[in-house]
Unconditional design. Structure first.
Length: 196
């Protein structure tokens, strides 16, 4: 699937080396808009939605499929009840959770926070921001540079200007507040793991 937007998270590398791990699939909630590269979570009903600022992050959306595992943007694919825009965004119908024809999302989860995701934030970072934490903006596809904190945030800035092109709004980030609780280290979150 193609990414049509400059915002959104893109896998860059793992701190352990190796490739992107296998994605997990979750049915998308009713009347929900998702775009490839969004930070996502599972709501209290058990369905996939965008992760709003402050929500724990299940992972990053890397694929969208119908009930048969077919890309809904493919010619002739069944996407009844969903609205497709660009090459990478879907708005589900009001019955996606229960309909026989539905949309699901493929999500790369990383409770250990070892995957680094490229993101072009909405502001520039300085050396003082290295290893600080940030939340996403409301649309969940972009880091909100204005939320940098030493104590809380959904993502942690690991590297500034990863392309070496002098653009200090770009960075590599790890998930710092995962929805899947990690037993590695002493990780905790102040946010509810499963929020509506």
């Amino acid at each position: 699937m193609a990414y049509s937007s400059t915002t959104g998270f893109r896998f860059r590398k793992s701190l352990y080396g190796g490739d992107l791990p296998a994605a997990q699939e979750f049915r998308v909630a009713n009347s929900t808009t998702l775009k490839l590269g969004d930070a996502v979570r599972v709501n209290t009903g058990g369905f996939l939605v965008r992760a709003a600022a402050g929500n724990p992050v299940l992972g990053i959306l890397i694929g969208l499929y119908n009930q048969d595992g077919i890309n809904p943007f493919s010619l002739g694919a069944d996407a009844v009840g969903a609205t497709l825009t660009e090459d990478d965004q879907v708005a589900t119908g009001s019955a996606n959770q229960t309909a026989a024809t539905y949309i699901k999302g493929a999500v790369v989860v990383d409770p250990a926070g070892v995957l680094l995701w490229y993101n072009d934030a909405n502001g520039n970072f300085t050396i003082a921001n290295d290893l600080q934490l940030c939340d996403v903006v409301a649309a969940s596809g972009q880091i909100d540079q204005g939320t940098v904190s030493d104590t809380s945030g959904q993502f942690q800035l690991i590297s500034r200007d990863p392309d070496g092109d002098g653009d200090l709004s770009k960075g590599l980030f790890r998930i710092a507040e995962p929805q899947l609780i990690s037993q590695i280290g002493n990780q905790t979150t102040a946010e509810a793991v499963n929020a509506a």
